[in-house]
Design a protein around this ligand. Structure first.
Ligand SMILES: Cc1cc2nc3c(=O)[nH]c(=O)nc-3n(C[C@H](O)[C@H](O)[C@H](O)COP(=O)(O)OP(=O)(O)OC[C@H]3O[C@@H](n4cnc5c(N)ncnc54)[C@H](O)[C@@H]3O)c2cc1C
Length: 450
C-alpha cells in the first residue's frame, strides 16, 4: 500500500524518497521523463564524457555521506584533480589565474591597487539596514566597491546562477556570505572566525573537495533510482486532496491515478506553479524567474588548444562584453573525461546576462562560441566531438523578495497537511545542499505519518 508519492525524480525527489524509504515508508516516485536525474545527466561517447547540467558536487555534508552510503557510491567518488584548485578569469581580453590565497590576492595583476585597498577596508564598512532585502550589487558595492563587484563577485554570479547581480538577493542567493556580515559585522572577520571555529569543532568533518563519478554525475541519479520504486513516463497532471491524496498522471497515453497518505512535490517550480491542485493555489510560484542556458561540450585535440587549460575553468565578467559566460576545463577537472591526446571543455552561454545567446539557433550560437574560444584560449582546429544540452528553464533565480516565495511555500504546507514541497526553488540550488534539504524533508514527511 503506497503511503507516500514523490513527484519528480531529480536529485531533490530522489533524496526525499530515499529518506522516506529508510524510515520504513512505502514510497513511489512518479517521473515524467524516461530517466531519473532531472538536471543531472551525463553522456559517454568513445572515451569522452559530457555533463548535461551539474559538473561537480562541491563538497560533502552528513546527508551526502548517507546518500552515497545508501546507494553504494561512497567508493565510486571521483575527486577533482589537484590542478582544479587553479581558476581563471578574463580581463581586458587576457586570461588570468585567479588568486588562490590572501598573499596571491595582494600580488595579483587581475585587480587594481584600489580594489585591493577596498578589500582591506572591508571590515570598516557600515552595516545594512535590517528591513532591506539587498541585491547583490547593493551589498557588494557597500562592502567591497565597484571593481570587486564587476571582476570578482560577478564571476560567482556567472558560475553559480547565470544571473544578474542587480536582481539576485544577497540574503537568499549567497546566504552563507550574507550571514558573515549579519553574524560578525564583516566578511573578512567572519570568514577568519568561522574557519577557526570549524577547526576547533570536535564534530564530524566533511571534505570540501569537488567530486563527481567515473561515469559522471548521472551515477548519483541512476543508483538512487535503482533502489526506489520509480515509474517513468508518468506525467503528473493534477492533485486532489481528500481522506487520501490522489495523484492524476498520464502514462503511455493513458490516464492513471494513485492514492497515498502524503505527497511530496519535487517538481520544478515552473511546473508546480501550473499544476491544478484542488483548494490550493501555487500560482505565486510564477514569480520565479528561470533563465535559459546552453551548455556545449567540445572535445579538441590537445595540440589544437594553445592555453594549457590546467585548471577548473575560466569565467568571463560581464564588463568584458563577450558572449560566453565561461568554460569548465572538464578533462583537467576530472580524469577519464577524454582519451589521451584530447581535451574537453564545457562552455556556458545565455543566462540572464545574454538571453539572446541561448535562444538563437544552435548553429549560430556554436559559431560565436567557437570564435570566442579561438580568441580567448587560442583554440584552433575543429572539435572532434561535441554535445549540447539546452535548458529552457535552467536555474531558478533567488531574486530580491525571494523570502516572500519561501513564506508562501511554508504557508501552503501548513494549510494542506500531507503536502510537502521540495526542489531547487526553495532554499538551495546546489546538489549537495539539495541532498541535505531533501533528506531533511523526507524526515519531516515521515514524522507526519507517525
Ligand atoms: C546547466 C546547469 C548546471 C548546473 N551546475 C551545477 C553544479 O555544477 N553543481 C551543483 O551543485 N549544481 C549545479 N546545478 C544546479 C543543480 O543541478 C539543480 O539545482 C538540481 O539538479 C535540481 O534538482 P531538482 O530535483 O530540484 O530539480 P530537477 O532536476 O529539475 O528535477 C525535477 C524532476 O521533475 C520531473 N518533472 C517535471 N514535470 C513533471 C511532471 N509533470 N510529472 C512528473 N515529473 C515531472 C523532471 O523531469 C525532473 O526529473 C546546475 C544546474 C544546471 C541547469
Amino acid at each position: 500500500m503506497t503511503q507516500a508519492i514523490v513527484l519528480g525524480a531529480g536529485i531533490s525527489g530522489l533524496s526525499v524518497a530515499l529518506e522516506l524509504q529508510a524510515q520504513g515508508v512505502d514510497v513511489k516516485v512518479l517521473e515524467a521523463s524516461q530517466r531519473p536525474g532531472g538536471a543531472i545527466g551525463s553522456i559517454r561517447h568513445e572515451g569522452f564524457l559530457a555533463e548535461l547540467g551539474p559538473h561537480t558536487v562541491a563538497g560533502s555534508n552528513a546527508a551526502v555521506e548517507t546518500f552515497l552510503h545508501r546507494t553504494g557510491l561512497s567508493e565510486r567518488r571521483l575527486v577533482a584533480n589537484a590542478e582544479s584548485k587553479r581558476r581563471f578569469a578574463v580581463r581586458d581580453g587576457r586570461v588570468f589565474a585567479l588568486p588562490g590565497n590572501p598573499m596571491d590576492l595582494l600580488k595579483t595583476e587581475y585587480l587594481s591597487g584600489a580594489a585591493k585597498l577596498a578589500l582591506l577596508r572591508e571590515p570598516l564598512a557600515g552595516p545594512a539596514r535590517d528591513d532591506v532585502d539587498e541585491s547583490v550589487t547593493m551589498f557588494v558595492k557597500r562592502r567591497l566597491g565597484e571593481e570587486i563587484l564587476e571582476y570578482g563577485i560577478d564571476l560567482m554570479i556567472n558560475g553559480i546562477w547565470a544571473g544578474d547581480p542587480n536582481r539576485l538577493s544577497m540574503r537568499h542567493a549567497f546566504r552563507k556570505v550574507w550571514g558573515l556580515e549579519s553574524d560578525y559585522g564583516s566578511l573578512i572577520k567572519g570568514g577568519i572566525k568561522k574557519a577557526k571555529a570549524a577547526k576547533e569543532d570536535p564534530g564530524p568533518k566533511f571534505s570540501k573537495e569537488l567530486f563527481s563519478f567515473p561515469e559522471g554525475n548521472q551515477e548519483l541519479a541512476l543508483k538512487a533510482a535503482a533502489m526506489l520504486d520509480v515509474e517513468y513516463d508518468a506525467n503528473v497532471v493534477a492533485l486532489e486532496s481528500g481522506k487520501k491524496w490522489s495523484v492524476k498522471f498520464t502514462q503511455g497515453g493513458k490516464k492513471r491515478s494513485l492514492k497515498a497518505d502524503l505527497v511530496v512535490s519535487a517538481l520544478p517550480g515552473w511546473v508546480l506553479a501550473d499544476l491544478p491542485i484542488d483548494k490550493m493555489s501555487t500560482g505565486f510560484l510564477h514569480a520565479l524567474n528561470y533563465p535559459s542556458l546552453a551548455v556545449e561540450t567540445f572535445a579538441f585535440k590537445r595540440e589544437d588548444v594553445d592555453h594549457p587549460i590546467d585548471g577548473f575553468g575560466m569565467l568571463v565578467p560581464k564588463v568584458e562584453n563577450r558572449r560566453i559566460l565561461g568554460a569548465l576545463f572538464t578533462s583537467s577537472l576530472f580524469s577519464g573525461r577524454a582519451p589521451d591526446g584530447y581535451v574537453t571543455m564545457a562552455v556556458f552561454s545565455g543566462g540572464l546576462r545574454d538571453p539572446q545567446m541561448s535562444q538563437m539557433p544552435r548553429d549560430a550560437r556554436r559559431k560565436i562560441v567557437l570564435a570566442e574560444l579561438a580568441d580567448v584560449l587560442g583554440v584552433h582546429g575543429s572539435p572532434v566531438w561535441e554535445y549540447e544540452s539546452y535548458w529552457e528553464e535552467a536555474i531558478p533565480q533567488y531574486e530580491v523578495g525571494h523570502g516572500r516565495i519561501v513564506v508562501e511555500i511554508e504557508a501552503l504546507e501548513r494549510r494542506h497537511p500531507g503536502f510537502f514541497v521540495s526542489g531547487n526553488f526553495r532554499d538551495a540550488v546546489s546538489v549537495p545542499d539539495l541532498i541535505a534539504s531533501g533528506t531533511e524533508l523526507g524526515q519531516r514527511a515521515a514524522q507526519y505519518l507517525d
